[in-house]
Each structure stands twice: as C-alpha cells, then as structure tokens.
Design a protein around this ligand. Sequence first.
Ligand SMILES: [Cu+2]
Length: 692
Amino acid sequence: MTLKTKISLAIASSLVIPLTAVAEYEQLPNIVVEGNVMRAGTFGTAPDSSGLKDTASLLKRVPGANVNRNGPLTGIASYRGMYGNRINISIDGANMKEVGPNSMDPPLSHIPAPLTGKLTVHRGIAPVSSGIESFGGSMHAESKKGRFAVGDGIETSGVASMGYGSVEDGHFGSLLGAVATDNHKLYLSGSKEQGRDYKIRNNQKQKNTRYDREAFTGGYAYQRDNHEFGINYSNNNTGHTGTPALPMDIVYVRGGLYDANYSWNLGDGYKLKTNIFYQKMRHLMSNTVMRNGGTPERDNVSNRTLVEAGGVDLAFSMPLFKGDFSVGINGDNSNHDALITRVGTSATDGGPKGGKTIKVNPFNDVERDRYSFFTEWAGEINEDLFLELGARYTHTWMNAGEVSGPKPMAKAIAAFNNVDRKRNFNEVDITTVLRYSASDELDIEFGFGRKNRAPTYQELYLFTNLSAVGGLADGNTYISDLGLEHETAYQFDIAFDWHNDNAYISPRFFYHYVDDYIQGERTLKAQARGKNILQFTNIQAQLFGVDLEAGYSFNENWRFDAGLNYVRGLRVNSPTDDNDLYRIAPLNGRAQVTYEQSGWMGAIEGVFYADQGNVIGFRDNIGDEQKTKGYMLLNLRGKYEPYSGIVIGTGIENVLDSKHYDHLGGYENHKRTNGRVAMPGRNIYATLSYNW
Ligand SMILES: [Cu+2]
C-alpha cells in the first residue's frame, strides 16, 4: 500500500534554508518507496525563494492547500476552502493562540521559515488524534532543534543560512547551533529578517508590505533507552510590519511559547506521549506607523492586545488486533484582551473631535477552554485493506468579561454586559477511513468524517461592529451573535493513487456538507447598525472539489510534475440569488520541469490561476466580494551543492514582471474601493546555507 495520508515538507534540514522545501511523502509503514526519486520528491524539489518568509508560504505547494495572505508575515492557512480557525495547527506540539484578534500573527507565522524544520499536512480527512477541532484540516510545524550525537563523546551540529530577495530588498540570516552527547542535547538559534515594501511592476511599490522580525529558540532534550524528554522555548519579536489588507499594521508582536514533551516507549508496542505548553504574547497595532492615521485626514487609532494560553496532551497507544489502538486527552485554555484607543485628529472621518481620546475595550478577559478526549484504531483488516476508526468528544466553554466604550455605545454595552455570556458547546467527531490496495499500482481510499468547531471568541463576543474578525479582510465590519451554534461538517473523501516506476497520478475528490456554517450576513440587527455591517450567522453550506498530483520521470535527470486544485463553496438555501462562499481559491495548478545532476538542479515552474467569478454577495449587494482575473506566473530556480552541506540557491520569480491580484489576498487598507493588494513583481533571489 502506498496511499499517503500526510505530506511532510521538510524545510531543508540538510539543504538551503527557507529555500529548499523537500516534500517527502510519509508512506504507510508497510511500504518502502525510498529510492523512487519521483515519489519522494514531487513539488518540493524546487529550491524556494527568499520570498518564503513564513512557513505558510509552503502551503501553496501542498495539494488542496493555499494561503489567505494579509501581509508579508501574515499568511493564514487554507485547505479545501476552509481557513483560519477552522484548521487545527500545532507549533512544536502546541496549539498556539493568536494574540491579534484579526490574526495578524497566525500560528504558522510564529517560527520563521529558516528555523522551521518540518511542516506536516494531513491530507483528506484528518485523524481525530491529530488534534482538537481538526474541522477543516490539521497541520503541524516543528522548529529545528539540532541532532543527538551518534556515538560516544560530544558532537556539534547546526545550520547557518542567509539570503537576499530583490523585490523587497529583503534579507535574512539565521543560525542554529546544537551541542550534544548521545543522551543530552542543548541548542540555541536566532534569526533576523527585514525587507521594504515590495515592488509590483515598473518600480511601483505595494504600500504597507515592509517587515522586520527577530526570533530565537532554545531548548534541551534528553533521550535514553525508551525515554525521550524535551523542553523548548521559542520567542518571536516582530517589529513594524505591514498588513495591507487590514486597517492597521503591526507595531509589534512580542512573546513566546514554552513547551515540554515526554514520551516513554514501554515495549511491545505500548507507548505513552505527553506534551504541555504555555504561551504569553503582547501585541500593538496602529494606523500611524505606515498609514495616514494621526493626520487631518484620519484619526489616530491603535489596538493593544494580550493573549495568555496553555494546554496539555496525553496519549497512550498499544497494539490491538493487527493495528494500533490509542486513547488520549487534550485540553487547552486561552485568555484574550484588547483595548482600542482612538485620538481625534481628523474632522472628517466621524471620530472624536479635536484631540479628544476615546477608548473601547471590546474583549475583556475573554476565555475559551477546551476539554477533549479521543480514541482511535488504525490497522490492517487483511492484506489489501487498511482501516482507521476514530472518535473524539470535545467540550468547549467560553466566557467574556464586561466591555466598555464611549457614550454613543452605551446601549450596546449595557445590552452585552447585562446578559449571561457563558457558553457551552458539546461536539462529537467521528472518522472512518478505508484504504484498499487494488493492485501493486493502484490504491483507493474512502473516507468519512463528522467534524465540529465551536465559534471563535470574535464570532461570539463582538458587541460593537469591528473588523477584528480573524483576518477575514473583506472590507466589512462585523457584530457577533451570542446565540451561535457550533459548526458540524459531514465530510466524504475518495482518493485514487496510481503509480508505477516512472509515473504517478493521484486525484482526491471531496464533498463537505456543513451544518451551521458561520459567516457574516446582513441581518436586521446588522442593517439597523449601518452599511457594510454584517452579523455572524449560522447557515448551511457545502464545499466540494478535487486536488490532484501527477508526475513522470523521463530518465535519471529529467522529470515533470504537476498539480491541480479545485474547490467550490456554496450556500444551501440562500435567501438571495447569490450562493457563493467567501474567499475560495479559483481553479489553479502548477507544472514543473526539473533537471538534476550531481549537485546541480534547475527547474522551470509555471503557475496558473483561473478567474474567480464565484464570489460572495449579500442582501442589497452591499459588502460583496470582488471578482478577480486569472493569471500565469513563470519561475526559474537553480541550486548547487559544491561541497556536502553547502548549498547555493538562486532564481527568478515572476520572470515576466507581470502585475496580478491574488483572490485570497484582501483589499488595500481594508477598503474594497481601493481594489486588491497586488502581488509582487519580478524577484531575483540568492541564498546560501551551511549544514554541519
Ligand atoms: Cu493586530
């Protein structure tokens, strides 16, 4: 059986830093595909560009996945039309929380690409064991941590990398060093990335896209016999960084994530795994660092936010029949606060007059706690059949403290503060996946899942209309609904994986029906508050589509790989004649010809995106999503390894320097009338890395 369930993008542990993404398929344990270059490589073999600042950028290469990009360091994961908090993402095993209520710091942005060791994406229906609320998918990123020594004595390992990209005059440098025996390991790393506003075409620049970040990690690990222990800290210090699709930019995101894990192999297939984390971060965003806030045209607005979170995971697994049986508990909780300050500097934008200051405290002591347990069995039924069965129960508890704001908000404040805001959600997830090995060359997979997601705190607790809604970036403002139900998805998946020694093709079809899908609507309450205001509402939705990969090896040196993604998102029983869902990637694909020979590699890559005309519309056509035109991009990439461990990468992206708009990007300044944020123009990049 070779049907893969996961894709791992190992970012260059032994190659160039953010530059080389080697996709290695994680096969089921009973087949070895090592040595089959094509199966092991596919898309990932192209050295990526220095434009790869956050790990989320890698998702563009994963079948079915994409990125909702709101800024250079603000890439929100998307998978088969689901995005943001609908996807379960862990960083070093921790279910990190965002400090920004508008997702300026999505989890995959926490560890910079040069320090990311591996990104794993579960394809199709994610197993319940992969995390709580794996509603729209499950992804796991792990930071680099060096190696244990192989023999006696002390060994050092590490990686140093640097790179330059012309389109934003950006550069990065990173260093990781580890010293270890065969039992103990200590490591430390640091990185710095900086760039200006990127160029679009003819030296035009895209405003609010500069970035500046420092990160460091440190940790200790211990292994002996059947025990493994590790403690790790990762710190992110993002400075002035643009988020052009949102109303403000990042002044800073500061703070860190502590995590510790312990696993014990008891022998005979019995295993115990635990993980705990604690996280505390501070964030300030403002419209004065890069935009005209604080001028006669626009009031000075800023928002100061805090998050404190923690969690525990415990899993036990043992052999049962011809497979593995596991049970586990997971729990986490998070606390969120936000304080908006608006100083009246403009007489025209409707804010406070003449230097007066108003403060709004929209999120005060908001809490979201999840308690969950699961059980799963995965194994062989017979030689040709593999079965995975899982069930998970999750209880989500949420509450919000009293809000405050200026006089005109008094009524809304009283209405919010005078009701019980505690909410409980009970969710039962189920997965069933059956894999059938029809022949040596063909595997077929059938999957069914029932997955749930409780509302986010923004969806539940926004008492006044704001755009702080988890990075939707649609130009609208939203109010919440305290009566929201949790979302329940029924997911069906059929995958075919055909492969021989030289070629492969693997299409995956899916259909998801979502009961109580949460999206904005122009409800009566929203209309009463004004134009461009939406209220989070439960609707019915369906999403379906296909993701496909294919490839062919001509000989030892030349190969061809291609991929295609299609998703359609529809509202069921729409009250208007518009029934499309928001922010669905258009039909897109990529094709790549790769030449490889003793230390050298070159690739030509073509990327295409179709028009997207299936866009969300609302009552009276106010706040509708804009359509986008299709486009093609040509990228050239090369890589050279003169000595083992030293890799030089270079390339040109968007060779033709054409100007395009990403349908998954937002509108400039969070205003639809400004049009969409443009994509980068031609980028010439070079990188150098050394692994030891
Ligand atoms: Cu922010």
